[in-house]
Design a protein around this ligand. Structure first.
Ligand SMILES: Cc1ncc(COP(=O)(O)O)c(C=O)c1O
Length: 447
């Protein structure tokens, strides 16, 4: 019999993985999947509690998405997207423009989350260049934000274990404190806060807005930064500051869109008018890679000119608007409509919240937070002082291993155990996942 894992370790280099760790903990060999379960080659199942890196929405092996992909393959698998177009891309653009928050009527395709961010940054930068405001060249971002692994995206992300080695190569950007309520950056207590953490952003814009092209942030849920969930009033406040100081608002909805926060778009609330929204992950429900940057007609018009004026947006990727990926995205959006996905998922949110609250009884669970069907438990050494666990203990890794024993894919972000559930999760599955997780967390700290 072929030793597939042995072969993997001989030839493959995995992302976000210390390959040396794989000697004791080789990657799981997954053979098939159905709904929210992944199956290994021995037929053992694992709950995909993190939607396969926050992508899967309607479950694995979904018949409607599969059939749309197959149908498209019989027609056209790929064509370049400069000078050529195709129906799936046109239809998808029209659908996204109709679904998106107000004003976002132009759709630019790319390949993944990082490229959707790169496109927004470059368009914002070039917009000011094309309109003669050439001093507006810098970006503001949150100090715990995460926007991807390409250089532009890293430059506007927080500096972390993931990217600090590359920091000498980042372009300069301004960082402001994140609205991390559990560890309030301006020392406020719950209940007394008036979004005081917006003040540093306001002060920065008062002084430097003439040099600033845009603000980028993840609306309501800062995912990789630790599943930090923050109030809508921060988002609204940041949006109104962007408007007041004439800087673009770039909302990175790569992780948050397509129902994760209970809404189609996390920023889909009244009053938040973005200049750009970045999409990926859930757009195809995790079936094929795709990135999208939505923008306004005003931005689009600043690039629309005679060739000699040099206003063209010179950016593109080989697989831009791949027809099969567009077909998968269209099928996914159709499921949202036909199956009433958001309404069904909303029915489970109160139960999810209530069950998560139950984890507070455990000794090391310092904070419990949730939005939609995304929830997080922040583990601490001391609940009173909120002192963090010693990172050398590799608690996250222990929880990961213990999760696998209980048929769960838990992949903590440091000391933050989280659930990023596919929206198709059923009540009984949700209960089972939380029962199993409770015993994992309880056991992980016994002794
Ligand atoms: C908010 C956000 N933006 C951008 C990205 C980068 O996406 P990708 O990994 O597809 O490049 C991620 C990935 O986790 C993300 O969470």
């Amino acid at each position: 019999m072929t030793d597939w894992v042995g072969k993997d370790l001989k030839y493959v280099w995995h992302p976000y993985t210390q390959m040396k760790d794989c000697r004791n903990m080789p990657p799981l060999l997954i053979e098939r999947a159905k709904g929210i379960k992944l199956y290994d080659t021995r037929g053992r199942f694992y709950y995909d509690t993190i939607s396969s890196w926050w992508c899967n929405v309607h479950g694995h092996n979904n018949p409607a998405i599969k059939s749309a992909i197959k149908k498209q393959l019989d027609l056209l698998e790929h064509v370049l997207f400069a000078g050529f177009t195709h129906k799936p891309a046109i239809e998808l653009a029209q659908k996204l423009a109709a679904l998106a928050p107000a004003g976002l009527s132009r759709v630019f395709y790319s390949d993944n989350g990082s490229t959707s961010v790169e496109v927004a940054l470059k368009m914002s930068f070039q917009y000011w260049h094309n309109t003669g405001e050439r001093k507006k060249t810098k970006f503001v971002s949150l100090d715990r934000g995460y926007h991807g692994d390409t250089f532009g995206a890293m430059s506007v992300s927080g500096v972390s274990l993931f990217n600090e080695v590359f920091s000498p190569l980042f372009f300069e950007s301004f960082k402001v404190p994140s609205p991390y309520c559990y560890r309030c950056p301006v020392g406020m207590q719950e209940g007394e806060c008036d979004t005081d953490c917006l003040k540093p952003l306001e002060r920065l814009l008062e002084k430097r807005s003439k040099e600033i092209a845009g603000i980028i942030l993840e609306p309501r849920l800062m995912a990789a930064g630790g599943m930090i969930i923050y109030p809508e009033k921060y988002l609204k406040g940041a949006a109104s500051l962007a408007k007041r100081f004439n800087v673009h608002l770039i909302l990175d909805e790569v992780a948050t869109a397509f129902g994760r926060t209970g809404r189609m778009f996390a920023s889909g609330s009244a009053g938040v008018l973005a200049d750009f929204i970045c999409l990926s992950k859930g757009i195809t429900s995790g079936y094929l890679p795709m990135g999208v940057t939505l923008t306004t007609d005003k931005i689009y018009k600043a690039f629309y000119a005679d060739f000699e004026q040099k206003k063209t947006f010179y950016h593109g990727h080989t697989y831009t608007a791949n027809p099969v990926a567009c077909a998968a995205a269209l099928a996914s959006l159709e499921i949202f409509e036909k199956d009433n996905t958001l309404k069904k998922a909303a029915g489970l949110i109160p139960l999810f919240r209530e069950r998560l609250e139950g984890f507070k009884a455990l000794p090391f669970v310092g904070d419990v937070r949730s939005i939609g069907l995304v929830g997080a438990l922040e583990l601490v050494k001391d609940k009173k002082t909120k002192e963090a666990l010693d990172f050398r203990e590799r608690t996250g890794l222990k929880v990961y291993k213990a999760g696998l024993e209980k048929n769960l894919i838990l992949r903590p972000l440091g000391d933050i155990i989280y659930f990023f559930l596919p929206l198709c999760v059923k009540r009984a599955e949700l209960e089972d996942i939380l029962d199993r997780s409770y015993s994992v967390v309880k056991k992980a700290f016994n002794g």
